[in-house]
Design a protein. Structure first.
Length: 182
């Protein structure tokens, strides 16, 4: 019952907030849209211009939907429109697990382009991406296998991260390491 999007879909996500209210978000190269009963609503923070091969990766964290792409800081939507989380890395992959959001294959001002880097937000705060042992926000690299992350997924209370020829099981272990990847 919805009309066609104005551009190709480059990622879609169905999530539910803490009250069970479901939302369908679809990302295109230029915008993020939320599905209504008969129309799409543009909920973009700004006009986007994704790279040729960029895709949107999305995750639900409490009442917020997060969207990531290598071209822009992680975007957060709770109501109204998305807004950039300015201290968050840019990421190709997002996963919500336990009380954290993890980002994989990232770019940020401190470490630059890091296809083998992962980040986790502060405990119970998807808006805080400043490393700090007290908040359990941290970052690390998985370099035992070359190449970039290709996927990640929640696996119970753990996270599984994949590269072309390897996979790791990430388990929450608390501060100071926060996540241990086996």
């Amino acid at each position: 019952g919805l009309p066609a999007l104005p551009d190709e879909a480059r990622g879609a996500f169905v999530g539910a907030d803490l009250l069970g209210v479901r939302r369908l978000i679809v990302g295109t190269p230029t915008a993020l849209f939320q599905a209504g009963t008969a129309a799409w609503t543009d909920v973009s923070a700004e006009p986007y211009a994704l790279g040729q091969d960029d895709r949107w990766s999305m995750a639900q964290f409490g009442n917020a939907t997060l969207a990531a792409t290598p071209t822009y800081d992680i975007q957060r939507y709770a109501s109204g429109t998305f807004a950039a989380i300015t201290d968050a890395p840019r990421a190709k992959i997002l996963v919500s697990v336990k009380a954290f959001v993890l980002a994989f294959d990232t770019t940020d001002p401190t470490y630059g382009d890091s296809p083998d880097r992962w980040w986790c937000c502060a405990y119970m705060d998807e808006t805080d991406w400043t490393p700090n042992v007290a908040t359990q926000c941290t970052t690390g690299r998985l370099v035992e296998s070359g190449g970039r992350f290709t996927a990640a997924a929640r696996f119970g209370d753990d996270v599984v991260a994949y590269k072309r020829n390897a996979m790791w099981l990430g388990r929450y272990v608390g501060a100071p390491s926060v996540w241990d990847f086996l």
